[in-house]
Design a protein around this ligand. Structure first.
Ligand code: NAP
Length: 485
């Protein structure tokens, strides 16, 4: 099946931080793939902006190299690449200075296209950029801004950040990106829930025993040790990515799939989250292995109390979910790189099969990476003449297999989200009040650790995390799904 490409109108996209890691690895290669898919009309223009002094020609060389490295299958199409590069330009600019701004304004003002400014820079510069865009007359209704995580490090900083953007831009001009929401499977989660009669009637505490959300990485902190140690798994992953997944799994059906309705429902979930008891959280730090130093060595602080792993039991106090725990976990240097949401349904309340030992449950697994897809575990009769013995088998839908391969690379989350910015569709972006509500729930947890002097448990690199996480579920008579790809 060849996926349908929906045209977008012409646009001007300015990438502040256009020479940075994110622009090089994700944004620019993603835009090239959209160009190849016919989603970048000829009048569109991409302007890189950063302090580095270079001209348009030099920037095009830089972008060509980035695409060669990270562009995927389409990167070898020299003709398309040359045409794409024609639409690129560069302006040296300091977010905190004055040089370059007039030039940028001249380049984009007066053009009647959608205008988007991607803030792919440190969050400390967001306020400066918003202020200067306004000063140079670039914050009018035609303009949209895209901001990257981390969106604050607690409620107070998130509020300050929101306020600094709100001074010059309306909420409907602000696109807070969480690339997890751009993943095919995450959007499919909503299609599965709200596009089928099958699941929604069972999607509540009467039928769902518990839900697990796992985001496991095999890498350590690498060269980001200093940054990561100020953040930790709770701020870096739970407050944003896992929280967003939790919202999509738990929210009520919105009346329409449109930004206001979807984001209202997500916000209600965050506001219904119970505070988390200290004994319902396990924190960990990985030990060294043959490849990498330990977490503490990696961040160069032998006494660091920052977690590289966190697991927790979360309750949602509303009619749908009271009594069904949500178990979340995320960590670095774990056994596999795997992100998965698993909905474990309750056991049958009565079995009619005498030969069967029972214990069967339907399990719906939504894999975000790798091998995006959905598996539904169902119970069937064991083949053969052995009587009515039951076995559990997976009904597996790998998206790559089910939807075929159109010959190119499947669109990356960033590509989808950038196209949504151009279309003006905010459904998959976080609203300011959502971000603040998420911090409001997260802050007491992190503050509690600091006040109690909580020290994370050590865990072996390449394992499933600290043993205490397994014990936490065992206390509830449950177990984690194995982390596997
Ligand atoms: P990076 O590699 O350090 O790049 C930062 C960019 O900002 C560079 O282009 C830099 O270029 C520019 N810059 C720095 N100071 C500037 C100033 N005063 N005025 C104008 N431009 C300035 O960072 P990154 O990894 O690309 O990350 C960018 C943002 O995305 C950060 O907020 C980060 O947290 C977020 N993010 C990144 C990733 C990722 O995978 N990299 C993932 C999620 C979120 P010059 O030095 O030439 O000015």
């Amino acid at each position: 099946m060849v996926s349908r490409v929906i045209p977008v109108e012409a646009f001007d996209l300015v990438i502040f931080g256009g020479t940075g890691d994110l622009a090089r690895r994700k944004i620019l290669p993603g835009l090239f793939r959209r160009f190849c898919a016919g989603q970048m009309p000829a009048e569109s223009r991409i302007v890189g902006a950063a302090r580095s002094q270079m001209d348009g020609a030099k920037y095009r060389e830089f972008v060509a190299e980035a695409i060669a490295e990270f562009g995927g299958k389409v990167a070898s199409d020299a003709e398309k690449l040359a045409a794409f590069l024609q639409q690129l330009d560069y302006v040296p600019i300091d977010a905190r200075g004055v040089g370059g701004w007039e030039e940028l304004a001249d380049k984009v003002k007066g053009r009647k296209f959608v205008r988007a400014f991607y803030f792919s820079v440190a969050p400390g510069l967001f306020g400066d950029l918003a202020e200067r865009l306004h000063h140079y007359g670039l914050s009018d209704k035609a303009s949209r801004i895209v901001v990257e995580k981390p969106f604050g490090r607690d409620l107070a900083t998130a509020q300050t950040l929101n306020a600094s953007l709100a001074e010059h831009f309306n909420e409907d001009q602000i696109y807070r990106i969480d690339h997890y929401l751009g993943k095919e499977t995450v959007q499919n989660l909503m299609a599965v829930r709200f596009g089928n009669m099958l699941f929604e009637p069972l999607w509540n505490s009467q039928y769902v025993d518990h839900i697990q959300i796992t985001v496991a990485e095999t890498v350590g902190v690498g060269t980001r040790g200093e940054y990561y140690d100020k953040s930790g798994a709770m701020r870096d992953m739970v407050q944003n990515h896992l929280m967003q997944l939790l919202c999509l799994i738990a929210m009520e059906p919105p009346a329409k799939f449109e930004p206001g309705a979807v984001r209202d429902e997500k916000l209600k979930v965050i506001r219904a989250l119970d505070p988390v008891e200290p004994h319902h959280i396990v924190r960990g730090q990985y030990l060294s292995d043959d490849e990498d130093p330990s977490y503490r060595e990696g961040v160069n602080d032998p006494r660091s109390k920052t977690e590289s792993y966190v697991a927790m039991k979360v309750g949602i106090s509303n009619w749908r979910w009271a009594g069904t725990p949500f178990y979340l976990r995320t960590g670095k240097k774990l056994a596999e790189r795997a992100s998965e949401i698993t909905v474990v349904f309750k056991e049958l309340n009565h079995s009619i099969f005498d030969d069967d030992e029972g214990g069967h449950r339907n399990v719906l697994s939504i894999r975000l990476q790798p091998n995006e897809g959905i598996t539904l575990g169902v119970t069937i009769k064991e083949p053969g003449p052995g009587g009515m013995r039951l076995i559990d088998v997976p009904l597996d839908m790998s998206f790559a297999e089910a939807l075929g391969d159109a010959g190119g690379d499947p669109p990356d989350a960033y590509e989808r989200l950038i196209m949504d910015v151009i279309r003006g569709n905010q459904t998959l972006f976080m609203r300011g009040d959502e971000v603040e509500a998420a911090w409001e729930w997260t802050d007491p947890i992190i503050n509690g650790w600091t006040e109690r002097g909580d020290v994370p448990k050590s865990y072996e690199s390449g394992s499933d995390g600290p043993g205490d996480a397994a014990t936490m579920l065992a206390r509830d008579g449950r177990s984690w799904r194995a982390i596997k790809t």
